[in-house]
Design a protein around this ligand. Sequence first.
Ligand code: FMN
Length: 172
Amino acid sequence: MKKILTAYFSHSGENYFSGKIIKIEEGNTAIVAKKIAAMTGCDLFEIKRAEPYPEKYTDCVKESREELKADARPKLSEYKDVSGYDVVILGYPNWCGTMPMPVFAFLESTNFDGKKIFPLCTNEGSGLARSVDDIKKLCPNADVCEGLSVKGSQAKESDDTVREWLKKSALL
Ligand SMILES: Cc1cc2nc3c(=O)[nH]c(=O)nc-3n(C[C@H](O)[C@H](O)[C@H](O)COP(=O)(O)O)c2cc1C
């Protein structure tokens, strides 16, 4: 049996949702990550920046752009050693064409050599964009497998798509 970890970053608070800004209690990526855990029985780890991002959408976008430009590695509230896992499903929202910088910090904080990484990206239309190339650069000795893009506003209805991807990836 493969030992699977789903590690995800997700932002609750205000978000851009099908053309308008609304407040959400649980982030889209968290919703999908929890579905994966329920389907596979895998372990779950939430990647969190030590200092939370602003709730307000426009402030969060501004701060994320600054971090991206600075190629920052923000401090995380908790770190996770992945040595006990064969497979890591890596969940994140598309922020400005790639992963939020705390996900970069997580990927650099532990050793992914020989692990399979399955990217799972929620977004409002840009898909996985540059994120897969960035994961490959950060984890050159990992096997970065075919990822899944889920439209964030359809996260709650994504069961069938997620199950199909897990089956195709031999994770179910
Ligand atoms: C700071 C920020 C930047 C974003 N940039 C993009 C983007 O470049 N392309 C895109 O399709 N969606 C973008 N989005 C939308 C999110 O990717 C989408 O709503 C995602 O499902 C949010 O996941 P979460 O609720 O788990 O954080 C952005 C959202 C935020 C807050």
